[in-house]
Design a protein around this ligand. Structure first.
Ligand SMILES: [Zn+2]
Ligand SMILES: [Zn+2]
Ligand SMILES: [Zn+2]
Length: 346
């Protein structure tokens, strides 16, 4: 059978030597180098010379930076060859490729995204969690994976108190949210597959903060909310204990002494206190630290429309005499903005 191969004569000679290498001295065996490996790889794939193809892929993986320094065009690598080549790379290795003209790096990152979406994460490649089961909650709009969903606070009406006193979240999967559309949208805003990959890596990897006692997405490492000042509880009568309501002097936000649902509020952001007892968590955290500059997202801007300033007793008897109950007093909360008042039955 005749087979025609489109390659230059030098490459063809190399291929023939490789085929006949059993009859040659080992010193005369043809050697791969950064100039010839890509044309040989393409021919080997076309001619289905599987052992040679495998050697070429190994060579490319080990010497990619040298190959990229030559004038070789890498556009000729078809999808199946690229998929096999990409499967040899960890995310750290793809990140360390020096590819100013982007001959291959973006395509390898796109393949890494596919690998991140496999249901079973490959920790050797830097994936400890999978993108496969990520969903958006239609109540709180957060992206969550089922294994940590119960421990990420949702809106109060979707939180349940368990018989043992713990509180679990019951997020509701938003069926209109689609991971493919999300990735396309990310690529439009972030422009490169590298940035999209690391965003998705951050979206799918969760860590636990022992400060705010909740799971958070790795790209929100700097989003631990807190108030720098301790709450001040209002007092009306110096003889009595302060009321269970007050304000944070730093921002004027309401503070309650007793509440069933933990308050995750705060007017400032700091880094979460990552719990590193777990081997998997510490591996995720190490990777996050290494690529923090590309993974981390800026915290959102916080607005505090109601700044509480003080509490004043309300003269109920004069305003609503028939409703007045001497055992039940009411207070007004004074806020700075427009001096609005908020009623707070006590
Ligand atoms: Zn939710
Ligand atoms: Zn505050
Ligand atoms: Zn935290």
């Amino acid at each position: 059978m005749d087979i025609s191969v489109h390659c230059d004569i030098g490459i063809f000679e190399w291929l023939m030597q490789w085929v006949k290498k059993e009859s040659l001295l080992e010193a005369d065996w043809p050697q791969l180098d950064s100039q010839c490996v890509i044309p040989i790889l393409v021919s080997a794939a076309f001619l289905q010379m599987e052992p040679l193809l495998h050697d070429c892929l190994l060579y490319c993986h080990q010497h990619m930076n040298e190959i990229l320094r030559t004038a070789t065009n890498l556009n000729c690598l078809n999808d199946s060859v690229l998929t096999r080549l990409a499967a040899m790379y960890t995310n750290t290795e793809v990140e360390s490729i020096k590819d100013r003209k982007d001959k291959i790096q973006s395509r390898l990152f796109a393949k890494l995204i596919q690998s991140l979406a496999e249901p079973d994460p490959e920790s050797v490649r830097g994936h400890w969690c999978s993108l496969a089961r990520l969903f958006r909650c239609e109540k709180c709009q957060q992206l969550i994976t089922p294994n940590v969903a119960a421990k990420i606070p949702c809106i109060p009406s979707c939180m349940r108190l368990e018989p043992d006193g713990s509180i679990v979240s019951l997020h509701v999967r938003d069926s209109s949210w689609d991971i493919n559309e999300y990735i396309v949208k990310l690529h439009k805003t972030l422009k490169t597959w590298r940035k999209v990959y690391w965003r998705l890596w951050g979206d799918s990897h969760f860590l636990y903060c022992s400060g705010c006692k909740r799971y958070f997405q790795a790209n929100q490492i700097g989003w631990c909310r807190y108030h720098p000042d301790a709450p001040q509880f209002f007092t009306l009568d110096a003889q009595k204990a302060p009321l269970p309501i007050g304000r944070y002097p730093c921002c004027g936000e309401r503070a309650y002494r007793f509440q069933l649902l933990e308050n995750y509020s705060g007017c400032q952001f700091k880094q979460h206190t990552v719990n590193l007892d777990d081997v998997r968590h510490s591996a995720i955290f190490t990777m996050l630290e290494s690529y923090r500059h590309v993974i981390e997202e800026e915290p959102p801007q916080l607005l505090f429309p109601e700044r509480l300033t003080r509490l004043v007793a309300r003269d109920l008897y004069r305003e609503r005499p028939r409703l007045w109950n001497p055992n039940r007093s009411e207070y007004k909360l004074k806020t700075k903005k427009n001096d609005e008042t908020y009623l707070m039955p006590m």
